[in-house]
Design a protein around this ligand. Sequence first.
Ligand SMILES: *[C@@H]1O[C@H](CO)[C@@H](O)[C@H](O)[C@H]1NC(C)=O
Ligand SMILES: *[C@@H]1O[C@H](CO)[C@@H](O)[C@H](O)[C@H]1NC(C)=O
Length: 338
Amino acid sequence: MKAGAGLLSAVVLFLLVGAVWSQRPLRPKKPTKRPPSSRRPSVPRPSVPRPSVSEPSEPTDLPPVILGFPDIYEDCPKVCTCSRNYPSALFCENHNLREVPVIPGRTHYLYLQNNFITELTPEPFVNATEVRWINLANNRLHRIDKQVFERLPSLLYLYAQRNQLKEVPAGLPTCLEQLRLAKNRITSIPAGAFNKMGNLTLLDLYHNQLSDSDLPKNTFRDLSSLMQLNLAHNVLKKMPPGVPNGVIQLFLDKNRIDSIPKQVDNTINTYILDYFAGFSHLAFLRLNYNQLSDKNVPKPSSTSRLSWTFSWPTTTLICAHVQQSPGAPAPQPQHHRE
Ligand SMILES: *[C@@H]1O[C@H](CO)[C@@H](O)[C@H](O)[C@H]1NC(C)=O
Ligand SMILES: *[C@@H]1O[C@H](CO)[C@@H](O)[C@H](O)[C@H]1NC(C)=O
């Protein structure tokens, strides 16, 4: 009987505990929207000067993300910030993003720099037909789907420096004006990548792994507005062929260039001109840290406005100046060929 009573009380106890347990309130669900009282004010980001150290392992060391105000613009992605003062801008930089949020149709300026984005696919850009600038610098991009650009017919500036691209993206919009792809791992340029890009003024391929075979003669053929071409810090052994001769700034330092070829000018047959003879607006030329010496650099022809300054040690370091003749007109950016 005593054992029976003990068993009974154990059963009762068990039931009681079970009842109490089942009455514990469920954990409240996280509110999907912040209540108005707990909204954090928008804090201007401190403009701390960046220390010039090597790239951190994480793109941003900033404090936790401050969410935007979804009530200002209903279409503002939760992971971005929208501003009443800049209705056409979407601020998604420094937000530790791994993918691109859906871009509202009103966006003209899209800030996505300093995140962990690995690829661009067309889906988020379905309504993004008005986008003019995209800053994707310092992400982990290794792929850009060609169809992305079909959705961006108004794109003028594409900044994608400091990523992991292995080639120049294909299908770039022909209206592009600035393309920055410095500090990627680019070893190839798809055939025709820059075709019909007659409005491109700036092409920055600094610090990639481009070699001579990646730059066939017609690579830059259509870039009639190009003003700045940066091919510094690649692995070129030769001067790049077919550089549009309206360029104002040409950067070729830190390659392995060992000579500057002479060119036969077919239009006047008998004359042999140096590489730069046709460059009517060249004002800045950088050739430092190559393998040039005064033996393999031709004397500029009389038609060229170039003059050379050789600096120590001449085998690795050559600076070249262009002397503007006095009274020469200021360089015109557009469509100048001679
Ligand atoms: C694109 O815009 C249309 C029209 O404004 C809207 O109905 C649709 O939801 C938008 N799509 C996305 C993915 O935002
Ligand atoms: C180039 O720019 C001009 C002037 O802004 C514009 O009219 C033209 O449509 C542009 N070309 C392309 C291919 O977008």
